[in-house]
Design a protein around this ligand. Structure first.
Ligand code: IMP
Ligand code: MG
Length: 193
């Protein structure tokens, strides 16, 4: 059996994508840098990474492989936009943590900070449980869309006010598997092009 050659072609650029905002090598490079920051920041310290499902799963999976210090992971799920592309400001917990976070160093791992409502709510909720520290690492940030003031400790990429998919982020639960961050063609979500 012959080994297939790796061929780069346009197959990886999905037909519903108008533009690639962050390509695969840039993501890989940045995730490694973010992992290194955690290696330095939490060296010889307790560390529990909390990923917010489902959008951050790919980021989380790559991030923890860029971390060389001992750490644990846990997951939470919140209600998202549903079928739309803008925030309702209403956040619901669909799945809570399995572990107690009291006295622990927590890093909340998010896919994207948009209005900030989801993060603001989660921060309040987790702070009540009295962790030793609580910080936030987000792959993407849309600062222009912020509706509430929140502190994000580490951001992978600041992006313009566009609806993006790929690398874990979805539209109607699709496109999470794309290896890059791309802008969806407006026709896909019903806006005129
Ligand atoms: P926020 O509460 O408005 O900050 O929204 C946060 C959540 O909305 C994220 O965790 C995503 O699941 C989703 N979201 C926000 N912007 C985008 C986007 O551009 N593409 C896909 N999902 C998004
Ligand atoms: Mg989503």
């Amino acid at each position: 059996m012959s080994i297939p050659h790796a061929v780069f072609d346009k197959v990886s650029l999905h037909e519903d994508i108008a533009q690639v905002l962050v390509d695969e090598p840039s993501i890989r490079r940045r995730v490694r840098e973010l992992g290194d920051m955690l290696n330095r920041e939490y060296a010889r310290q307790d560390l529990l990474l909390v990923s917010v499902l489902k959008g951050s799963i790919i980021f989380m999976a790559d991030l923890i492989r860029a971390i060389t210090i001992p750490h644990e992971i846990d997951f939470m799920a919140t209600s998202s936009y549903g079928a739309g592309t803008s925030s309702s400001g209403i956040v619901r917990i669909l799945k809570d943590l399995n572990t107690s976070i009291e006295g622990r160093n927590i890093v909340l791992v998010e896919d994207i900070i948009d209005s900030g409502h989801t993060l603001g709510y989660l921060m309040r909720l987790l702070r009540e449980r009295q962790p030793a520290s609580l910080r936030v690492m987000a792959l993407l940030d849309k600062p222009d869309r912020r509706e509430i003031e929140i502190q994000v400790d580490w951001v992978g990429f600041a992006i313009p006010n566009e609806f993006v998919v790929g690398y874990g982020l979805d539209f109607n639960e699709l496109y999470r598997n794309l290896p890059f961050i791309g802008v969806l063609k407006p026709s896909i979500y019903g806006a005129p092009e």
